[in-house]
Write a protein that binds this ligand. Structure first.
Ligand code: SF4
Ligand code: SF4
Length: 91
């Protein structure tokens, strides 16, 4: 009886670790419709990992930082064109 209980606890622990690893490894994809961007740089200033920059009048992801997004949505919430310029999706 005690052995079964311990085995169940171990199995639950393994499942929890797998779920945690899956959550931590989930990536985020930020897409930008540069046609609607006014270049205000609000998102550039607010991004905690500084992965955005202004390029030729509109925002873009700094090349090489595509996988650095935390999925915090700070940029999406701060953009005055909410939903029209920045869109965040879980990979
Ligand atoms: S979601 Fe957060 S980390 Fe990702 S680009 Fe926007 S502000 Fe930066
Ligand atoms: S906050 Fe919006 S409009 Fe301003 S630079 Fe960023 S994406 Fe462009």
């Amino acid at each position: 009886m005690k052995k079964e209980f311990v085995l169940k606890r171990v199995l639950v622990g393994i499942i929890m670790v797998i779920l945690l690893l899956a959550t931590l490894s989930a990536g985020w994809v930020l897409t930008i419709d540069r046609d609607y961007c006014c270049g205000c740089e609000t998102c550039v200033d607010i991004c905690p990992v500084q992965m955005l920059e202004l390029h030729e009048g509109a925002v873009r992801i700094i090349p090489g930082m595509e996988d650095d997004c935390l999925g915090c949505e700070e940029c999406v919430d701060a953009c005055p064109y909410y939903g029209a310029v920045l869109e965040l999706e879980e990979q």
